[in-house]
Structures are given as structure tokens and as C-alpha cells.
Write a protein that binds this ligand. Structure first.
Ligand code: FES
Length: 117
């Protein structure tokens, strides 16, 4: 099943959102930059906890990399690859998405999203 969220492609940033397939809720990261959007499961590959640890802040102080608030792992926002920290070399789970009508982010096949969140 697909889930739709509104996004503003003119605004750069990252925010948490909760989606559901009717069976379970999942926290995801919606990242908008330069008119593009990416969505990741909000789950650090190191320990399976939310990257923002509930704070709503996903960015390292450099303003570019995503950072896990628990042990400080850094993730490249374009690939989701961990570039520093205890899970270096692993990746965030990137979700299959598409944009409709210029502002609807469609998260595809939500029931197939692996892991816990
Ligand atoms: S839980 Fe994210 S770096 Fe340890």
C-alpha cells in the first residue's frame, strides 16, 4: 500500500513523519534539498533507534550530514551511507517514493518496509 504526505520542495530540511500500513506505525525521515526529496526509515543501523532520538533534529552541525543523536554516527544525505561512527559503511533504509502533483510524496509499498522503527 502507498501512503501520501504533503511536502514543500521549496524548503530544505529534514523532518520526522509517522506512516502506517494499518498494522504498524513507522517513523521515517523526509529530507528535502534543492527541490528533491528522499525518505529513509528513521532507524539507525547501529542500534535500531530513531536518529533524532525524538528531538526532531537530524543534522550534524555542518548542516549537511544526517547525524544519529545516540552515538553520533554521520550519514550522507544523498545515499544514506554511514560515513563515520560505529556503523560506518552501513546504510539507512531508503524508501521507494515518487512525487505526484508537485507536492505529494508517495511512500510506496509501506508494508514491505523492513526492520523496526
Ligand atoms: S544508535 Fe546510532 S550511532 Fe549508535
Amino acid at each position: 500500500m502507498d501512503v501520501r504526505l504533503s511536502v514543500d520542495l521549496n524548503e530544505d530540511g529534514a523532518r520526522a513523519a509517522v506512516i502506517s500500513d494499518g498494522q504498524r506505525e513507522r517513523s521515517i525521515i523526509v529530507l528535502t534539498r534543492g527541490g528533491t526529496v528522499a525518505a529513509y526509515l528513521n532507524s539507525c543501523p547501529h542500534a535500531g533507534v530513531r536518529l533524532d532520538f525524538g528531538s526532531g533534529n537530524f543534522f550534524h552541525r555542518d548542516g549537511h550530514d544526517l547525524q544519529c543523536g545516540v552515538h553520533g554516527a554521520l550519514f550522507d544525505p544523498d545515499s544514506g551511507r554511514c560515513v563515520a561512527g560505529p556503523c560506518k559503511g552501513s546504510r539507512l533504509v531508503r524508501l521507494a517514493t515518487r512525487i505526484e502533483a508537485g507536492h505529494q510524496l508517495v511512500i510506496q509499498d509501506v508494508e514491505k518496509i523492513p526492520g523496526r522503527a
